[in-house]
Design a protein around this ligand. Structure first.
Ligand code: PDD
Length: 283
């Protein structure tokens, strides 16, 4: 297996990052996870746009690798080197502010950002999609810029761990009674026949799959409102589903042990799953 690190392709086992890297010391960096289907990068433009938006939010000058063309070339090389052009793969891209002696303020002068890209084979969670995921609700203790996709993921990892310990697949985060998103996904509800998801604010990540799902719902004429879903509304939801790069549209079968609707993936969820998969070129 190979990775791209700071301008060179290396054997994964031989690649290393400085102990002074600000990603390591402060979580000072941006990342993206991109799906690849038979060598084709799924929604690359949207991921690259969000990556540059995160870098801008962190005041990290975008390196050349944050551009769509450079990123495409690097990923193509990794897929070729590791025989990942057939079937499914996931790409991980991380850009940190770079390595410099530890001070909270940014280094002066600027240092070169650390750029890391890796590819790995991926198997979509098809069996889970058929039966539906189990989720727990969990307090959203994250910071005020959840719209930036940073590597500062401690609240997310803690919430996911609680979910796994509870035998669930995802933690759904709740801030002051409002359902924001999952620890690694966005969430949609069907309530009184209307599709609802948290609006794009600084309290959620603007998911690429979320965006495509909203577009697909509009095209299908599914009544949709980008408005908060309250924790107290969850037991009354007819359908719930998660969206993310790794899950596509993932039905939720249980919340905190209670069945959602019939306890089986619902009709709106299934229609949107197919429509989103088609839009992303996965069907
Ligand atoms: N997570 N919200 C959060 C907090 C996320 O971490 C993610 C993605 C999403 C969904 O975004 P998208 O549809 O663009 O994948 C929403 C990735 C997959 C991860 O951290 O591995």
């Amino acid at each position: 297996m190979h990775v791209y690190l700071d301008g060179a392709y290396r054997e994964r086992a031989l690649a290393s990052v400085s102990v002074d890297d600000r990603g390591f010391l402060f979580g000072d960096g941006a990342y993206e996870v991109i799906r690849v289907v038979n060598g084709r990068l799924v929604a690359l433009d949207r991921h690259a746009r969000r990556l540059r938006r995160t870098l801008d939010g962190l005041s990290i000058a975008p390196p050349a690798e944050a551009g769509t063309d450079a990123l495409t070339a690097i990923i193509a090389e990794l897929l070729a080197r590791d025989a990942l052009r057939d079937g499914e793969a996931l790409i991980y891209v991380q850009i940190t502010r770079g390595a410099a002696p530890r001070t909270h303020q940014f280094p002066i002068p600027d240092v070169r950002p650390t750029v890391y890209v890796a590819a790995a084979a991926f198997t979509p969670p098809r069996a889970l999609r058929e039966r539906g995921a189990s989720v727990i609700t969990h307090p959203d203790i994250r910071w005020g810029r959840c719209d930036l996709k940073t590597v500062n993921l401690l609240p997310n990892t803690l919430a996911k761990q609680r979910a796994v310990e509870a035998g669930a697949d995802e933690a759904v985060l709740v801030r002051e009674g409002v359902v924001t998103e999952g620890s690694t996904s966005n969430i949609f509800a069907v309530i009184d026949g209307e599709l609802r998801t948290h609006p794009l604010t600084t309290h959620i990540l603007g998911g690429v799959t979320r965006e495509v799902t909203v577009e697909a719902a509009a095209a299908l004429g599914v009544p949709t409102r980008e408005a908060p879903v309250l924790l107290e509304e969850l037991p009354h939801a007819e359908e719930l589903f998660l969206t993310s790069t790794t899950n596509d549209v993932m039905p939720i079968a249980r919340v905190d042990g209670q069945p959602v609707g019939t306890g089986r993936p619902g009709p709106v969820t299934l229609r949107l799953h197919h429509a989103v998969a088609e839009r992303l070129g996965m069907e």
